[in-house]
Design a protein around this ligand. Structure first.
Ligand code: GLN
Length: 462
Protein backbone atom coordinates (compact mmCIF):
# COMPACT_ATOMS: atom_id res chain seq x y z
CA UNK A 1 0.00 0.00 0.00
CA UNK A 2 1.40 3.36 -1.05
CA UNK A 3 0.24 5.11 2.11
CA UNK A 4 2.18 2.77 4.43
CA UNK A 5 5.25 2.56 2.22
CA UNK A 6 5.55 6.33 2.03
CA UNK A 7 5.26 6.51 5.79
CA UNK A 8 8.06 3.98 6.21
CA UNK A 9 10.23 5.82 3.72
CA UNK A 10 9.62 9.16 5.36
CA UNK A 11 10.44 7.95 8.86
CA UNK A 12 13.54 6.13 7.65
CA UNK A 13 12.21 2.73 8.69
CA UNK A 14 12.98 1.60 5.16
CA UNK A 15 15.34 3.32 2.75
CA UNK A 16 14.43 3.97 -0.86
CA UNK A 17 17.26 1.65 -1.85
CA UNK A 18 15.92 -1.19 0.29
CA UNK A 19 12.43 -0.67 -1.00
CA UNK A 20 13.45 -0.57 -4.66
CA UNK A 21 15.64 -3.64 -4.16
CA UNK A 22 12.63 -5.42 -2.72
CA UNK A 23 10.55 -4.56 -5.81
CA UNK A 24 13.39 -5.72 -8.06
CA UNK A 25 13.48 -9.00 -6.17
CA UNK A 26 9.77 -9.57 -6.74
CA UNK A 27 10.25 -8.74 -10.43
CA UNK A 28 13.11 -11.22 -10.60
CA UNK A 29 10.96 -13.91 -9.01
CA UNK A 30 7.68 -13.34 -10.81
CA UNK A 31 8.08 -11.48 -14.06
CA UNK A 32 9.21 -14.41 -16.12
CA UNK A 33 5.87 -16.11 -15.60
CA UNK A 34 3.60 -13.07 -15.45
CA UNK A 35 5.29 -11.08 -18.24
CA UNK A 36 4.02 -7.78 -16.82
CA UNK A 37 7.18 -5.81 -17.56
CA UNK A 38 8.88 -5.68 -20.94
CA UNK A 39 11.85 -3.81 -19.55
CA UNK A 40 13.32 -3.32 -16.10
CA UNK A 41 15.24 -0.16 -15.26
CA UNK A 42 18.63 -1.44 -14.20
CA UNK A 43 19.53 2.01 -12.96
CA UNK A 44 16.70 1.97 -10.42
CA UNK A 45 18.87 1.11 -7.41
CA UNK A 46 21.28 3.93 -8.23
CA UNK A 47 18.38 6.35 -8.57
CA UNK A 48 17.07 5.15 -5.21
CA UNK A 49 20.40 5.98 -3.57
CA UNK A 50 20.14 9.52 -4.87
CA UNK A 51 16.58 9.73 -3.54
CA UNK A 52 17.76 8.52 -0.13
CA UNK A 53 20.14 11.47 0.04
CA UNK A 54 17.27 13.80 -0.73
CA UNK A 55 15.08 12.18 1.93
CA UNK A 56 17.86 12.63 4.50
CA UNK A 57 18.28 16.25 3.52
CA UNK A 58 14.53 16.82 3.82
CA UNK A 59 14.33 17.76 0.14
CA UNK A 60 12.47 14.77 -1.27
CA UNK A 61 9.36 14.96 -3.45
CA UNK A 62 5.95 13.44 -2.81
CA UNK A 63 6.70 10.15 -4.57
CA UNK A 64 10.20 9.76 -3.16
CA UNK A 65 11.32 6.16 -3.27
CA UNK A 66 8.23 4.67 -4.91
CA UNK A 67 8.65 2.33 -7.88
CA UNK A 68 6.42 3.15 -10.82
CA UNK A 69 5.70 1.00 -13.86
CA UNK A 70 4.86 2.82 -17.09
CA UNK A 71 2.76 1.40 -19.92
CA UNK A 72 4.81 0.90 -23.08
CA UNK A 73 2.96 3.67 -24.94
CA UNK A 74 4.34 6.67 -23.01
CA UNK A 75 7.67 8.25 -23.75
CA UNK A 76 10.35 7.83 -21.11
CA UNK A 77 13.75 9.04 -22.15
CA UNK A 78 16.18 6.20 -22.86
CA UNK A 79 13.70 3.37 -22.31
CA UNK A 80 12.23 1.08 -24.98
CA UNK A 81 8.76 2.38 -25.80
CA UNK A 82 7.57 -0.26 -28.20
CA UNK A 83 3.79 0.00 -27.68
CA UNK A 84 4.21 -3.79 -27.45
CA UNK A 85 4.53 -3.78 -31.25
CA UNK A 86 7.18 -5.02 -33.64
CA UNK A 87 6.66 -1.70 -35.41
CA UNK A 88 8.51 0.14 -32.64
CA UNK A 89 10.56 -2.67 -31.18
CA UNK A 90 13.78 -0.72 -31.54
CA UNK A 91 12.40 2.67 -30.54
CA UNK A 92 13.73 4.30 -27.37
CA UNK A 93 12.02 7.31 -25.83
CA UNK A 94 13.76 10.49 -26.89
CA UNK A 95 11.96 12.69 -24.36
CA UNK A 96 9.81 12.39 -21.26
CA UNK A 97 6.03 12.54 -21.57
CA UNK A 98 4.50 15.32 -19.44
CA UNK A 99 3.35 12.78 -16.83
CA UNK A 100 6.87 11.34 -16.60
CA UNK A 101 8.41 14.79 -16.09
CA UNK A 102 6.03 15.32 -13.19
CA UNK A 103 6.71 11.92 -11.63
CA UNK A 104 10.44 12.44 -11.82
CA UNK A 105 10.10 15.91 -10.28
CA UNK A 106 8.47 14.25 -7.28
CA UNK A 107 11.28 11.66 -7.05
CA UNK A 108 9.23 8.70 -8.24
CA UNK A 109 11.48 5.98 -9.68
CA UNK A 110 10.50 4.41 -13.01
CA UNK A 111 10.95 0.73 -12.23
CA UNK A 112 10.11 -0.58 -15.67
CA UNK A 113 8.05 -0.48 -18.84
CA UNK A 114 4.80 -2.43 -18.74
CA UNK A 115 3.42 -4.82 -21.31
CA UNK A 116 0.10 -4.01 -23.02
CA UNK A 117 -2.01 -4.85 -26.02
CA UNK A 118 -0.31 -3.62 -29.17
CA UNK A 119 -0.81 0.16 -29.43
CA UNK A 120 -3.30 -0.12 -26.55
CA UNK A 121 -5.80 -1.73 -28.90
CA UNK A 122 -7.30 -4.62 -26.99
CA UNK A 123 -9.05 -5.68 -23.81
CA UNK A 124 -7.15 -8.72 -22.61
CA UNK A 125 -3.39 -8.19 -22.86
CA UNK A 126 -3.17 -11.01 -25.39
CA UNK A 127 -2.41 -8.76 -28.37
CA UNK A 128 1.09 -7.83 -27.24
CA UNK A 129 3.75 -8.74 -29.79
CA UNK A 130 5.91 -9.81 -26.84
CA UNK A 131 3.58 -12.36 -25.32
CA UNK A 132 0.48 -12.20 -23.15
CA UNK A 133 0.50 -11.17 -19.51
CA UNK A 134 -0.81 -13.60 -16.92
CA UNK A 135 -3.24 -12.56 -14.21
CA UNK A 136 -1.31 -12.67 -10.92
CA UNK A 137 -4.49 -12.96 -8.84
CA UNK A 138 -6.27 -15.49 -11.06
CA UNK A 139 -3.43 -17.34 -12.82
CA UNK A 140 -4.31 -18.73 -16.21
CA UNK A 141 -6.92 -16.05 -16.89
CA UNK A 142 -6.36 -12.88 -18.90
CA UNK A 143 -5.51 -9.88 -16.71
CA UNK A 144 -7.61 -7.51 -18.82
CA UNK A 145 -6.25 -4.88 -21.16
CA UNK A 146 -4.96 -3.01 -22.71
CA UNK A 147 -2.98 -1.83 -19.64
CA UNK A 148 -2.43 -5.49 -18.73
CA UNK A 149 1.16 -5.17 -17.55
CA UNK A 150 0.44 -2.05 -15.48
CA UNK A 151 -2.32 -3.78 -13.52
CA UNK A 152 -0.46 -7.07 -13.21
CA UNK A 153 2.75 -5.34 -12.01
CA UNK A 154 0.83 -3.57 -9.25
CA UNK A 155 -1.19 -6.65 -8.29
CA UNK A 156 1.96 -8.81 -8.15
CA UNK A 157 3.89 -6.34 -6.01
CA UNK A 158 6.43 -5.46 -8.70
CA UNK A 159 5.52 -1.77 -8.54
CA UNK A 160 3.84 0.56 -6.06
CA UNK A 161 2.08 2.50 -8.75
CA UNK A 162 1.60 2.16 -12.47
CA UNK A 163 0.50 4.41 -15.27
CA UNK A 164 -1.89 3.12 -17.88
CA UNK A 165 -3.95 4.72 -20.61
CA UNK A 166 -7.71 4.41 -20.95
CA UNK A 167 -9.46 5.05 -24.25
CA UNK A 168 -12.41 2.74 -23.71
CA UNK A 169 -11.61 0.97 -20.47
CA UNK A 170 -7.97 -0.02 -20.66
CA UNK A 171 -7.19 1.02 -17.09
CA UNK A 172 -10.47 -0.05 -15.52
CA UNK A 173 -10.88 -3.53 -17.05
CA UNK A 174 -7.44 -4.76 -15.96
CA UNK A 175 -7.87 -3.09 -12.55
CA UNK A 176 -11.10 -5.05 -12.14
CA UNK A 177 -9.69 -8.39 -13.27
CA UNK A 178 -6.48 -8.03 -11.22
CA UNK A 179 -8.18 -6.72 -8.09
CA UNK A 180 -6.52 -3.30 -7.93
CA UNK A 181 -7.55 0.37 -8.01
CA UNK A 182 -7.59 2.15 -11.37
CA UNK A 183 -8.60 5.65 -12.47
CA UNK A 184 -9.79 6.98 -15.81
CA UNK A 185 -9.51 10.74 -15.33
CA UNK A 186 -11.90 13.26 -16.89
CA UNK A 187 -10.94 14.08 -20.46
CA UNK A 188 -8.56 17.05 -20.31
CA UNK A 189 -7.46 16.41 -16.74
CA UNK A 190 -4.07 14.87 -17.60
CA UNK A 191 -1.75 15.90 -20.40
CA UNK A 192 -1.49 13.39 -23.23
CA UNK A 193 1.79 14.87 -24.44
CA UNK A 194 4.20 12.00 -24.96
CA UNK A 195 1.47 9.36 -25.07
CA UNK A 196 1.36 7.46 -28.35
CA UNK A 197 -2.30 7.87 -29.34
CA UNK A 198 -4.88 5.23 -29.84
CA UNK A 199 -7.70 7.72 -30.21
CA UNK A 200 -6.77 11.24 -29.26
CA UNK A 201 -10.29 12.45 -28.55
CA UNK A 202 -10.79 9.69 -25.96
CA UNK A 203 -7.36 8.75 -24.51
CA UNK A 204 -6.46 9.64 -20.95
CA UNK A 205 -3.47 8.58 -18.87
CA UNK A 206 -4.32 7.43 -15.36
CA UNK A 207 -2.89 5.59 -12.35
CA UNK A 208 -3.27 2.09 -10.89
CA UNK A 209 -2.36 1.13 -7.33
CA UNK A 210 -3.32 -1.15 -4.48
CA UNK A 211 -4.87 1.66 -2.42
CA UNK A 212 -7.08 4.64 -3.25
CA UNK A 213 -4.52 6.86 -1.53
CA UNK A 214 -1.86 5.89 -4.09
CA UNK A 215 -4.00 6.64 -7.11
CA UNK A 216 -5.30 9.89 -5.62
CA UNK A 217 -1.75 11.02 -4.89
CA UNK A 218 -0.62 10.12 -8.40
CA UNK A 219 -3.57 12.05 -9.85
CA UNK A 220 -2.72 15.14 -7.80
CA UNK A 221 0.73 15.02 -9.36
CA UNK A 222 0.02 14.17 -12.99
CA UNK A 223 -3.10 16.32 -13.44
CA UNK A 224 -3.08 19.88 -14.66
CA UNK A 225 -2.73 22.28 -17.52
CA UNK A 226 0.07 21.70 -19.97
CA UNK A 227 1.02 23.95 -22.82
CA UNK A 228 1.86 20.80 -24.75
CA UNK A 229 -1.75 19.57 -24.72
CA UNK A 230 -4.39 22.16 -25.54
CA UNK A 231 -7.21 19.93 -24.25
CA UNK A 232 -5.95 20.23 -20.66
CA UNK A 233 -7.46 22.78 -18.34
CA UNK A 234 -6.21 24.57 -15.29
CA UNK A 235 -8.30 23.23 -12.45
CA UNK A 236 -6.59 21.65 -9.45
CA UNK A 237 -8.05 18.48 -7.96
CA UNK A 238 -9.70 19.11 -4.61
CA UNK A 239 -8.54 17.08 -1.64
CA UNK A 240 -10.70 14.00 -1.28
CA UNK A 241 -10.13 14.11 2.45
CA UNK A 242 -12.44 17.16 2.45
CA UNK A 243 -15.14 15.18 0.74
CA UNK A 244 -18.62 15.73 2.21
CA UNK A 245 -20.02 12.29 2.84
CA UNK A 246 -23.48 13.43 3.82
CA UNK A 247 -24.69 15.00 0.63
CA UNK A 248 -23.89 12.14 -1.72
CA UNK A 249 -26.65 10.80 -3.98
CA UNK A 250 -25.97 7.42 -5.55
CA UNK A 251 -27.31 6.35 -8.92
CA UNK A 252 -27.58 2.96 -10.55
CA UNK A 253 -29.10 2.13 -13.90
CA UNK A 254 -31.31 -0.76 -15.02
CA UNK A 255 -29.49 -0.59 -18.35
CA UNK A 256 -26.28 -1.80 -16.72
CA UNK A 257 -28.20 -4.50 -14.96
CA UNK A 258 -29.83 -5.89 -18.08
CA UNK A 259 -26.60 -5.74 -20.08
CA UNK A 260 -24.58 -7.63 -17.45
CA UNK A 261 -24.14 -11.09 -18.89
CA UNK A 262 -22.90 -12.69 -15.70
CA UNK A 263 -25.54 -12.41 -12.97
CA UNK A 264 -22.99 -13.14 -10.27
CA UNK A 265 -21.10 -9.99 -11.21
CA UNK A 266 -24.22 -7.90 -10.85
CA UNK A 267 -24.98 -9.42 -7.46
CA UNK A 268 -21.52 -8.38 -6.23
CA UNK A 269 -22.03 -4.84 -7.50
CA UNK A 270 -25.53 -4.54 -6.09
CA UNK A 271 -24.24 -5.67 -2.74
CA UNK A 272 -21.37 -3.18 -2.87
CA UNK A 273 -23.74 -0.36 -3.76
CA UNK A 274 -26.05 -1.19 -0.88
CA UNK A 275 -23.14 -1.18 1.54
CA UNK A 276 -22.03 2.24 0.33
CA UNK A 277 -25.54 3.64 0.45
CA UNK A 278 -25.93 2.41 4.00
CA UNK A 279 -22.60 3.87 5.10
CA UNK A 280 -23.46 7.22 3.52
CA UNK A 281 -27.05 7.16 4.83
CA UNK A 282 -28.45 7.62 1.40
CA UNK A 283 -30.80 5.91 -1.06
CA UNK A 284 -29.93 4.42 -4.42
CA UNK A 285 -31.65 6.34 -7.20
CA UNK A 286 -32.47 4.69 -10.52
CA UNK A 287 -31.09 6.73 -13.43
CA UNK A 288 -32.05 6.37 -17.07
CA UNK A 289 -29.24 5.59 -19.48
CA UNK A 290 -31.13 4.50 -22.57
CA UNK A 291 -28.26 4.84 -25.03
CA UNK A 292 -25.89 2.65 -23.09
CA UNK A 293 -26.23 -0.22 -25.53
CA UNK A 294 -24.96 2.05 -28.33
CA UNK A 295 -21.63 2.62 -26.63
CA UNK A 296 -19.58 -0.10 -28.34
CA UNK A 297 -20.94 0.66 -31.82
CA UNK A 298 -20.29 4.35 -31.29
CA UNK A 299 -16.79 3.90 -29.98
CA UNK A 300 -15.20 1.71 -32.62
CA UNK A 301 -15.73 3.90 -35.71
CA UNK A 302 -14.24 6.83 -33.78
CA UNK A 303 -11.24 4.79 -32.67
CA UNK A 304 -10.67 3.22 -36.07
CA UNK A 305 -10.60 6.57 -37.85
CA UNK A 306 -8.48 8.38 -35.29
CA UNK A 307 -6.09 5.46 -34.99
CA UNK A 308 -5.74 5.19 -38.75
CA UNK A 309 -4.88 8.86 -38.95
CA UNK A 310 -2.39 8.83 -36.09
CA UNK A 311 -0.56 5.79 -37.43
CA UNK A 312 0.24 7.47 -40.74
CA UNK A 313 3.53 8.62 -39.24
CA UNK A 314 4.66 4.99 -38.84
CA UNK A 315 5.57 4.67 -42.49
CA UNK A 316 8.97 3.14 -41.86
CA UNK A 317 10.90 6.31 -42.61
CA UNK A 318 11.37 8.01 -39.27
CA UNK A 319 10.18 5.66 -36.54
CA UNK A 320 10.66 1.93 -36.67
CA UNK A 321 9.02 -0.19 -39.32
CA UNK A 322 6.09 0.45 -41.59
CA UNK A 323 3.18 -0.37 -39.32
CA UNK A 324 1.16 -2.36 -41.85
CA UNK A 325 4.14 -4.66 -42.39
CA UNK A 326 4.97 -5.20 -38.75
CA UNK A 327 1.75 -5.10 -36.74
CA UNK A 328 -0.60 -7.78 -35.53
CA UNK A 329 -4.06 -8.64 -36.74
CA UNK A 330 -6.13 -6.32 -34.51
CA UNK A 331 -4.02 -3.26 -35.25
CA UNK A 332 -4.20 -4.02 -38.97
CA UNK A 333 -7.98 -4.45 -38.74
CA UNK A 334 -8.26 -0.96 -37.24
CA UNK A 335 -5.96 0.63 -39.80
CA UNK A 336 -7.76 -0.91 -42.76
CA UNK A 337 -11.16 -0.29 -41.20
CA UNK A 338 -10.22 3.29 -40.37
CA UNK A 339 -9.09 3.88 -43.95
CA UNK A 340 -12.39 2.56 -45.30
CA UNK A 341 -14.46 4.67 -42.91
CA UNK A 342 -12.42 7.76 -43.76
CA UNK A 343 -13.10 7.16 -47.46
CA UNK A 344 -16.82 6.76 -46.85
CA UNK A 345 -16.80 9.93 -44.78
CA UNK A 346 -17.59 12.07 -47.76
CA UNK A 347 -21.14 10.87 -47.20
CA UNK A 348 -20.88 11.18 -43.42
CA UNK A 349 -21.75 7.52 -43.19
CA UNK A 350 -20.03 6.36 -40.00
CA UNK A 351 -17.75 8.82 -38.29
CA UNK A 352 -20.14 11.76 -38.21
CA UNK A 353 -22.96 9.47 -37.09
CA UNK A 354 -20.74 8.13 -34.34
CA UNK A 355 -19.95 11.68 -33.23
CA UNK A 356 -23.69 12.35 -32.97
CA UNK A 357 -24.24 9.23 -30.88
CA UNK A 358 -21.29 10.22 -28.68
CA UNK A 359 -23.00 13.54 -28.01
CA UNK A 360 -26.27 11.79 -27.10
CA UNK A 361 -24.50 9.59 -24.60
CA UNK A 362 -22.69 12.59 -23.09
CA UNK A 363 -25.98 14.48 -22.73
CA UNK A 364 -27.62 11.49 -21.14
CA UNK A 365 -24.89 11.32 -18.48
CA UNK A 366 -25.12 15.07 -17.88
CA UNK A 367 -28.83 14.67 -17.28
CA UNK A 368 -28.33 11.74 -14.93
CA UNK A 369 -25.79 13.73 -12.94
CA UNK A 370 -28.44 16.36 -12.24
CA UNK A 371 -30.04 13.81 -9.93
CA UNK A 372 -27.04 11.90 -8.57
CA UNK A 373 -23.41 12.57 -7.67
CA UNK A 374 -22.04 9.20 -8.70
CA UNK A 375 -23.23 6.26 -10.77
CA UNK A 376 -22.25 2.76 -9.70
CA UNK A 377 -21.94 -0.11 -12.15
CA UNK A 378 -19.96 -3.24 -12.89
CA UNK A 379 -16.68 -2.66 -14.70
CA UNK A 380 -17.24 -5.43 -17.23
CA UNK A 381 -20.35 -7.43 -18.19
CA UNK A 382 -18.41 -10.71 -18.09
CA UNK A 383 -15.49 -12.32 -16.31
CA UNK A 384 -12.14 -12.73 -18.08
CA UNK A 385 -11.58 -15.77 -20.27
CA UNK A 386 -8.75 -18.26 -20.00
CA UNK A 387 -5.43 -17.25 -21.49
CA UNK A 388 -5.04 -18.68 -24.96
CA UNK A 389 -8.75 -19.39 -25.50
CA UNK A 390 -9.47 -19.28 -29.22
CA UNK A 391 -11.69 -16.26 -29.78
CA UNK A 392 -12.07 -15.52 -33.43
CA UNK A 393 -14.87 -12.97 -33.36
CA UNK A 394 -13.53 -9.51 -32.45
CA UNK A 395 -17.00 -8.55 -31.21
CA UNK A 396 -16.56 -10.92 -28.26
CA UNK A 397 -13.43 -9.03 -27.22
CA UNK A 398 -15.04 -5.63 -27.92
CA UNK A 399 -17.90 -6.55 -25.58
CA UNK A 400 -15.56 -6.41 -22.57
CA UNK A 401 -15.67 -2.62 -22.81
CA UNK A 402 -19.41 -2.14 -23.00
CA UNK A 403 -19.52 -0.65 -19.48
CA UNK A 404 -16.30 1.34 -19.54
CA UNK A 405 -16.60 3.02 -22.95
CA UNK A 406 -19.53 5.26 -21.89
CA UNK A 407 -17.30 7.24 -19.49
CA UNK A 408 -14.80 7.90 -22.29
CA UNK A 409 -17.52 8.98 -24.70
CA UNK A 410 -18.99 11.29 -22.05
CA UNK A 411 -15.58 12.64 -20.99
CA UNK A 412 -16.36 12.00 -17.31
CA UNK A 413 -14.12 10.46 -14.66
CA UNK A 414 -14.43 6.91 -13.37
CA UNK A 415 -12.59 4.61 -11.00
CA UNK A 416 -12.54 0.96 -10.03
CA UNK A 417 -12.30 -0.50 -6.52
CA UNK A 418 -12.09 -4.27 -5.95
CA UNK A 419 -15.50 -5.41 -4.73
CA UNK A 420 -15.30 -9.19 -4.35
CA UNK A 421 -14.40 -12.28 -6.31
CA UNK A 422 -16.64 -14.35 -8.55
CA UNK A 423 -15.46 -17.94 -9.06
CA UNK A 424 -12.13 -16.84 -7.58
CA UNK A 425 -11.68 -13.97 -10.05
CA UNK A 426 -11.75 -10.35 -8.83
CA UNK A 427 -14.62 -8.11 -9.91
CA UNK A 428 -14.31 -4.36 -9.44
CA UNK A 429 -16.98 -1.84 -8.67
CA UNK A 430 -16.96 0.98 -11.21
CA UNK A 431 -17.77 4.44 -9.85
CA UNK A 432 -18.48 7.22 -12.33
CA UNK A 433 -18.59 10.92 -11.45
CA UNK A 434 -19.14 14.07 -13.55
CA UNK A 435 -16.28 15.60 -15.50
CA UNK A 436 -13.73 17.27 -13.21
CA UNK A 437 -15.32 15.91 -10.05
CA UNK A 438 -12.43 13.61 -9.21
CA UNK A 439 -12.59 14.57 -5.55
CA UNK A 440 -16.13 13.18 -5.33
CA UNK A 441 -14.99 10.05 -7.14
CA UNK A 442 -12.05 9.53 -4.76
CA UNK A 443 -14.26 10.27 -1.77
CA UNK A 444 -16.69 7.48 -2.62
CA UNK A 445 -13.86 5.13 -3.60
CA UNK A 446 -12.25 5.77 -0.22
CA UNK A 447 -15.50 5.09 1.64
CA UNK A 448 -15.91 1.79 -0.17
CA UNK A 449 -12.28 0.82 0.38
CA UNK A 450 -12.78 1.47 4.09
CA UNK A 451 -15.85 -0.76 4.13
CA UNK A 452 -13.87 -3.54 2.47
CA UNK A 453 -11.28 -3.69 5.23
CA UNK A 454 -11.89 -6.41 7.75
CA UNK A 455 -15.07 -7.60 6.09
CA UNK A 456 -13.77 -11.09 5.40
CA UNK A 457 -13.65 -10.70 1.63
CA UNK A 458 -13.22 -13.86 -0.38
CA UNK A 459 -10.13 -12.11 -1.74
CA UNK A 460 -8.35 -12.07 1.57
CA UNK A 461 -8.35 -15.81 1.89
CA UNK A 462 -6.01 -16.28 -1.04
N1 GLN B 1 -10.40 -2.33 -25.47
C1 GLN B 1 -10.65 -1.05 -26.07
C2 GLN B 1 -10.06 -1.03 -27.44
O1 GLN B 1 -9.60 -2.02 -27.86
C3 GLN B 1 -10.08 0.02 -25.20
C4 GLN B 1 -8.65 0.24 -25.37
C5 GLN B 1 -8.13 1.29 -24.47
O2 GLN B 1 -8.84 1.79 -23.60
N2 GLN B 1 -6.90 1.70 -24.73
O3 GLN B 1 -10.04 -0.05 -28.11
Amino acid sequence: MVEEILQQLKTGKVTALEHIQQLLKVIEQKNKKINALLYVNNNAAKEAEAVDKKIKAGKAGRLAGLGIAVKANMNVIGMPISCASRTLENYYGTYDADVIVKIKQEDGIIIGIANCDEFAAGSTGEYSAFGATDNPVAPGFVPGGSSSGSAAAVAAGMADLALGSDTGGSIRAPASFCGVIGIKPSYGRVSRYGLIDLSMSLDQIGPLSRDVFGSALAMEIIAGKSNNDPTTINMPIGKYTHFQQKKIRIGMSKSFETLTKDRKIYAVIQNAAEKIAKALHTEIVDVELDYLDLAVQTYYPLVYVEFFSSTRKFDGRKYGKKIEDACGEEVLRRILGGREISRAEYHGTYYRKALKAKKLIAIEFERAFQYVDVILAPTTPVLPHKLGAEITDPKVIYAYDAFTIPANLAGICAGVVPADTVNGIPAGLQIMAPAFKEEVLFGVMKVFEGLQHGTGRENKRR
